[in-house]
Each structure stands twice: as structure tokens, then as C-alpha cells.
Design a protein around this ligand. Structure first.
Ligand SMILES: Cc1cc2nc3c(=O)[nH]c(=O)nc-3n(C[C@H](O)[C@H](O)[C@H](O)COP(=O)(O)OP(=O)(O)OC[C@H]3O[C@@H](n4cnc5c(N)ncnc54)[C@H](O)[C@@H]3O)c2cc1C
Length: 499
């Protein structure tokens, strides 16, 4: 076996990086299905481009149905049945969810978006929904068969997604048990979902983020008519295996989750789930890009030998492999911490603030790494890399979206700074790293970070990315070293256990 063999399949890589896979045989079955059937479906969905919305049925009734091929539904429902959402609740752990996401997104990064937003709907419903709402909707989202309901998480409006305090204009007016929501959501992934969580402003509430609350909005009203309307689907460069639309809410029935005052915390909790998913998907995508580059470099010859055997390229493969292990370690630290805190409600623990910092570092760095690696994998293919039929250009298109949605890289850097300033999360992080990273390196970084945080606001923000990138790389590198040490430690012998 050469040193790159574990890069060729998602499950082999998961096993090489983590000794504790929760559902090995199920993941292997999933991988088999993707190799046999899923790959071809995914390629055809990507090549076919944006599906159509059929707005009216034959009798002129408004239906807003998305016209995907039956194969698409087979691919999508496969993951739900395998347990990408229901296992989180049944097993009270997010580890299976994210392990499935790594496996699936190696083949199709976009299809993990519906799973992520369905989880992002089920979790706030389970945490904050009234018993009536839970019994009406939760079992549908957790079904194990093809009748499973899908969720969606719609916050962004045309005025902008980064500044939700200014951007959310949708208004919620009380109407008995429910509220009536009116407004337009400009980016709505998984349009057509049976249920969505939607950010809106309760009428008469404060301006800014404090006035934003989270509502549960079903596809159909109590009387069976459409509750929201799909205006059109976006013609996107990638993530074509999730329909992203534009949705109009017209006095749509919505149910407040939690309290209006705590709404922005609920929005951030939804984003926690999707930012961690994004990090896991970005790592799997980078793995896939390296795997494709490897396959190509083993066949293509130049100057009398395989291009893989030229020292410059071999060295680059080794560097990519190391970078991948570091990115994996960072993403999965975010998974592990989220798994500890995902059921917390405000006021949050110290571990929650530590999680938030690690999640910002992971979302930022893994997406940047995926974009860079996808670009490099195209270069390894030379001119052929630019041709759609070779498939590798898709990874760059997909990676670009990972760096933007769920909050751009800029947002991760600035939110990361905020959690360090307000909650001193970096101090908790350095405490975690003590004993893993050399003490003098930790001291130097902590001192530089403290100096950075003390800068005047404009200067601090202007230079933030350099500092944040350094922190992300440092944390990723040392977590990866720790993981490798744990992985290579043999299990204690019976004698050692008894002594
Ligand atoms: C394919 C796709 C699907 C999506 N699906 C959904 C969905 O289902 N639900 C949903 O709610 N949203 C969705 N989005 C929206 C996504 O979350 C936003 O695009 C993203 O958060 C950025 O918002 P924006 O596009 O409005 O950019 P803007 O907020 O207008 O930002 C423009 C640029 O300015 C930068 N910027 C903003 N503020 C600052 C600052 N203070 N300092 C420095 N730079 C700054 C941003 O980083 C960005 O580079 C989707 C987006 C895409 C591309």
C-alpha cells in the first residue's frame, strides 16, 4: 500500500483519521451505493443544471412543484433512510450524522445541504417547539422511510445575509395561535421543503438583530392550500443537487419558536449546525479533489515517467495529504464540541463559547482549504482539468459556494474575533491546547493575539484575517498531531489495565 491509498474512498479516510467510527458497516454500505448508483445520478444532476418549477397544475391550481428526475429523489431519500437526520435524535449524538455527511459529500457535496437544513429545522423544533408543534411535525422529519419530510432554514433577504439585523424585513403579525408572515426570502435552499424555519420580525419589536425571531413555517396552511410561494429557482454554478429558490411569504402561517426576545440566539444555534456541516463537507470535498488528482497523476506521463513520480508533484501530494489531515482535525474538533453543547440554551456554558470559536475557525479554514485544493487538483489535470467531462472542475465550483453560504469567510473571521473579545474563548482554547502544542509557541501566539485584540477597531478588523488564519492553522496542526498520537497508541494490555 502506498501512503495515499486511504485518500481514495471516504470511509478509508475516516478510519485513518479517527479510531471511533460509530457505524462502520452502514457507512461502507452507503459508500458502495454511491460507487454503484449514486455517482452517475449526481453527475447527471450537476450536468443537467437548474430544474424547473411547475407553478400551476393542469387545472390551473398553484402548486409550485420542483421538477427533478425520479433518480434525484432516489439519491436524496437514500441519505434520509440511512439516518443522516433521525439518528441524531434516536442515538442522541451528532457523530453519525456528520460521518454520513463526510461519506456522502465525497460523492456529492450539494446533497448534504438538504440534510443539514432538515437537521437545522428538527433541532430548534425539538428544543423550543411547544408539545403540540412537536407532536404535529417532529415525527414527520424523523421518519425512516421515503415519506420523510424535509426542512429548510431561510434567513437571507435581498438586502443582505451578513447583516441580518438590517437585512431581515419579513414581518410577523400575531393571529391567534399562529402568526402571519409577509416578506421575501432571496436565498431559500431546499425550496419545496415541507417545513422551514424562517427569520422574521414580530410586529412592533426592536430594530436590529434583537428584533429577529425564528418561526416554523409549513409548506401548506391548515386548510391545505399553499403557505409559501416559490417565485423561481436560482441558476447556480454548483450545489445543483439542492434546489435554491426565492420564496414569497404572503400572510403565511408561522409558529414562533422559543421567545421573540431570544430569537437571534435560535438563529445562531441553527447556523452552528450548518457551519459544522459545511466544515465536514469541505474536508470531504478536498479529499475528493486530491483523490481525483491522484488517479490522474498515476496515469499521465511526462518526461518519461508518471507525473506523480516527479519530485515537485509528489511533494505537493504529500503536503496536500498533511493539509487534509489538519483540516479534518479542526472540522472534527468542531463536531465533537458541538456534540457536547447542541442541546444547550442561553445562557450558555464556557464550552459553548469554546465551540463557537472552533466552529468559526473550522468553517473559515476548511472552506478556504477546499477552494485552494480544488484549484490545485484542476492544475494537476493540466488543460484537461478545465473540461467538464473530466469532472474535476466541479469541485472548484462546489467549493466556492462552501466559502460563501452559512456566512462568508469574512463573517467567520469577524465573529471569531467577537467571541474572543466578549467571551475570551481563545483563553479556553489555549487551555485545551496546553500539553498538545509546545508551551513557547502557545505563549507567543497568545501574546500576539492579545496585542491584536487591543488594536483600534479599524486596524483590528483590517488585519484580522492574517491573525485568524494563523490561529486556524496552528490549532489544526496541533489537533492533527494529537489525533495521530491517539490513533497510534496501542490499546492498553490486560496487564497494564490491572496494574
Ligand atoms: C447557493 C446558495 C444557497 C443559499 N441558501 C440559503 C438559505 O437556504 N438560507 C439562507 O438564509 N441563506 C442562504 N444563502 C445566502 C447566504 O447565506 C448569503 O449569501 C451569505 O450569508 C452572504 O450574504 P450576501 O450574499 O447577502 O452578502 P452580503 O452580506 O451582501 O456581503 C457581501 C460581501 O461583503 C462582505 N461583508 C459584509 N459585511 C462585512 C464586514 N463587516 N466586514 C467585511 N466584509 C463584510 C461579505 O463577507 C461579502 O463578501 C445561500 C447562498 C447561496 C450562494
Amino acid at each position: 500500500m502506498n501512503t495515499f491509498d486511504d485518500l481514495r474512498t471516504p470511509v478509508a479516510f475516516l478510519r485513518s483519521q479517527s479510531p471511533h467510527i460509530t457505524h462502520l458497516s452502514e457507512l461502507e454500505a452507503e459508500q458502495q451505493w454511491w460507487k454503484r448508483d449514486g455517482l452517475a445520478i449526481s453527475e447527471s444532476v450537476d450536468r443537467a443544471g437548474t430544474p424547473w418549477v411547475r407553478m400551476f397544475d393542469r387545472l390551473g391550481k398553484r402548486v409550485d412543484e420542483i421538477l427533478y428526475s425520479p433518480d434525484y429523489w432516489t439519491m436524496l431519500k437514500k441519505g434520509y433512510r440511512a439516518g443522516v437526520v433521525w439518528r441524531a435524535f434516536e442515538e442522541k449524538s451528532l457523530l453519525p450524522t456528520y460521518e454520513f455527511m463526510h461519506t456522502i459529500s465525497f460523492y456529492d457535496p450539494g446533497v448534504c445541504c438538504p440534510y443539514t437544513v432538515s437537521l437545522g429545522t428538527a433541532v430548534p423544533l425539538a428544543k423550543y417547539g411547544s408539545p403540540q408543534l412537536q407532536s404535529r411535525f417532529l415525527p414527520q422529519l424523523l421518519r425512516k422511510d421515503d415519506a420523510v419530510w424535509q426542512g429548510a432554514t431561510w434567513m437571507t433577504e435581498i438586502e443582505g445575509g451578513s447583516d441580518l439585523g438590517a437585512g431581515v424585513k419579513t414581518i410577523a403579525r400575531p393571529a391567534g395561535e399562529a402568526c402571519l408572515l409577509t416578506g421575501e426570502k432571496y436565498f431559500t435552499s431546499n425550496a419545496g421543503a415541507e417545513l422551514a424555519v424562517v427569520a422574521a420580525r414580530p410586529e412592533g419589536g426592536p430594530a436590529g438583530v434583537r428584533g429577529v425571531a425564528l418561526f416554523l413555517v409549513p409548506h401548506y396552511r391548515q386548510d391545505g392550500t399553499l403557505n409559501y410561494f416559490i417565485r423561481r429557482l436560482k441558476d447556480k454554478v454548483a450545489t445543483r443537487s439542492v434546489p435554491t429558490g426565492e420564496v414569497e411569504l404572503k400572510e403565511s402561517e408561522g409558529y414562533l419558536l422559543g421567545s421573540a426576545e431570544a430569537g437571534i440566539y435560535l438563529v445562531l444555534e441553527v447556523l452552528n449546525l450548518s457551519r459544522v456541516a459545511n466544515s465536514v463537507v469541505a474536508v470531504a470535498l478536498a479529499q475528493r479533489a486530491i483523490a481525483d488528482a491522484l488517479t490522474y497523476a498515476e496515469c499521465r506521463r511526462a518526461f518519461g515517467k508518471r507525473i506523480l513520480d516527479h519530485p515537485l508533484l509528489r511533494h505537493q501530494f504529500e503536503q496536500r495529504r498533511k493539509g487534509l489531515a489538519d483540516s479534518f482535525a479542526l472540522a472534527w474538533e468542531a463536531v465533537r464540541l458541538l456534540n457536547e453543547v447542541w442541546m444547550e440554551k442561553a445562557p450558555y456554558s464556557e464550552r459553548y463559547h469554546l465551540f463557537r470559536l472552533v466552529a468559526h475557525l473550522a468553517k473559515y479554514w476548511t472552506a478556504e482549504y477546499a477552494v485552494d485544493t480544488a484549484k490545485w487538483a484542476m492544475e494537476v489535470h493540466g488543460g484537461l482539468g478545465t473540461l467538464a467531462e473530466f469532472g474535476v472542475e466541479r469541485w472548484l465550483r462546489e467549493a466556492m459556494i462552501l466559502a460563501i453560504w452559512e456566512g462568508t469567510s469574512h463573517r467567520q473571521v469577524l465573529d471569531g474575533l467577537e467571541v474572543m473579545e466578549r467571551k475570551h474563548a481563545h483563553k479556553l482554547l489555549f487551555r485545551e491546547l496546553a500539553g498538545i502544542a509546545p508551551a513557547h509557541e502557545l505563549r507567543d501566539l497568545e501574546a500576539d493575539l492579545a496585542q491584536h485584540l487591543a488594536l483600534p477597531l479599524d486596524e483590528k478588523e483590517a488585519a484580522a484575517e492574517t491573525m485568524f488564519r494563523r490561529l486556524a492553522l496552528f490549532v489544526a496542526k496541533h489537533l492533527a498531531t494529537r489525533n495521530q498520537a491517539r490513533f497510534s497508541t496501542p490499546p492498553a494490555s490486560p496487564r497494564a489495565l490491572s496494574s
